[in-house]
Design a protein around this ligand. Structure first.
Ligand code: PEP
Ligand code: MN
Length: 263
């Protein structure tokens, strides 16, 4: 169902009026984790000031260590909804439990399925059964074929509004947190009709590489870029090393907009 052979035209996804996959790059910014109303509202104001629509923030955090911050859960979703309503934004947040998918639809505009859950088939099926766009991330060690099959799980249950997100894969290279598989973008665009985004934060894990990685992503044909922004990354409860502060966010967005990406 996700194959280009089945449908030649690009799928364009409408998220509260923001079109993903229409040839104009879309941007998703926001903190790694929802930490408080004030923190999310501050980022929302910065996103809104740029005329952008999409805000991200994790409420259920799939952390490597059980002793790290696990997210605010439902309280985090409620904060996202409140901020989305107040700032007229659309919010994206990761859901990790199939039983939470329906409930989450009341609070968020896009369900994110994280890299660690790309082959959580019960979660994929649950996301396929609701009428809500899904941002599906590539697994840490998933081949492109496995990634496409994960999207197929969602679409086979009836939900065709899927955004594929390349977020880096695990290789022997340690200079970056993951290895951004940039060529996955045109391959996914050729093989499927779905929009493709690149998460420059989790792929590189390096603040100094966010801008070049985003340029590369758009140059190679990505429909959008995701990056993390936090009012004060030094005190962030997760991913403190790679989130941008508001100054860095301004520079990043100005630099990316100097180039004309409309395709
Ligand atoms: C995230 O976007 O918050 C996240 C945890 O990313 P990934 O699933 O790609 O590691
Ligand atoms: Mn993060």
């Amino acid at each position: 169902l996700v194959s280009r052979k089945r449908k030649a035209e690009d799928t364009v996804i409408d998220i509260k009026g923001e079109l993903i996959g229409n040839g104009i790059p879309s941007f998703v910014f926001g903190p790694c984790s929802v930490e408080s109303y004030e923190q999310v509202a501050a980022v929302a104001a910065a996103v809104k000031a740029k005329g952008l629509k999409l805000l991200r923030g994790g409420a259920y955090k799939p952390r490597t260590s059980p002793y790290d911050f696990q997210g605010l859960g439902l309280e985090g979703l409620k904060i996202l909804k409140q901020v989305a309503d107040e700032y007229d934004l659309a919010v994206i947040s990761e859901i990790v439990n199939p039983n939470d998918i329906e409930m989450a639809c009341e609070y968020i505009d896009v369900i994110q399925i994280g890299a660690r859950n790309m082959q959580n088939f019960e979660l994929l099926k649950a996301a396929g059964a609701v009428n809500k766009p899904v941002l599906l991330k590539r697994g840490l060690a998933a081949t492109i074929d496995e990634f496409i099959h994960a999207a197929e799980y969602i679409m086979s249950r009836g939900n065709g509004n899927i955004i594929l997100c390349e977020r880096g894969i695990r290789t022997y290279e340690r200079a970056t947190r993951n290895t951004l598989d940039i060529s996955a973008v045109p391959i996914l665009k050729q093989e499927t009709h779905l929009p493709v985004m690149v998460d420059v934060t989790h792929s590189t894990g390096r603040r100094d590489l966010l801008l070049p990685a985003a340029k590369a992503a758009l140059a190679i044909g990505a429909d959008g870029v995701m990056a993390e922004v936090h009012p004060d990354p030094s005190v962030a409860l997760s991913d403190s090393a790679q989130q941008m502060d508001f100054n860095q966010f301004d520079t990043f967005y100005n630099e990316i907009n100097k180039l004309n990406w409309v395709s």
